[in-house]
Design a protein around this ligand. Structure first.
Ligand SMILES: [Zn+2]
Ligand SMILES: [Zn+2]
Length: 138
């Protein structure tokens, strides 16, 4: 059981939630995702980092968005630093686990669901395989 952070990414200020724009401007629009194997670990780390609960994103991938400073602090407190590829794998795993818990149909490859499709949209080509993953030849 662990807590993870992915590499920093740039997110446009104009697409940032209004409440977070001032913070985004201060750190150049750089963010990362904080995720965890369990919701308890996720909230516990957020509490240690003094990240407000209102920043919790209850999507198919349950996460908090962290600034670069909070990311460093999370790593110092034991969060596992993932590279791009490992983050992709971990997010898929967590999305699938979340979908399974909710009892909804999910793609066996990417973990997308009816209410959270792949970027650009996808549909089912098999009961548990979405069109984007099928096209990618997995
Ligand atoms: Zn898929
Ligand atoms: Zn999909």
């Amino acid at each position: 059981m662990a807590v993870y952070v992915d590499p920093l990414f740039q997110w446009p200020i104009e697409s940032t939630a209004p409440a977070a724009r001032a913070v985004a401007r201060r750190n150049g629009g750089l963010w990362c995702h904080l995720v965890a194997d369990s919701i308890e670990e996720l909230h516990a780390m957020a509490d240690k980092l003094v990240v407000r609960r209102t920043w919790f994103q209850d999507r198919s991938l349950r996460h908090y968005d962290l600034t670069a400073g909070k990311r460093r602090e999370a790593i110092r407190r034991g969060a596992v630093e993932l590279d791009e590829e490992a983050a992709c794998e971990t997010f898929k795993r967590l999305r699938k686990a979340a979908a399974a818990r909710r009892g909804v149909t999910y793609c066996r490859e990417c973990g997308c669901t009816d209410d959270c499709a792949c970027e650009g949209g996808c549909h089912w080509v098999e009961p548990d395989l979405c069109s984007q993953c099928a096209d990618a030849g997995v």
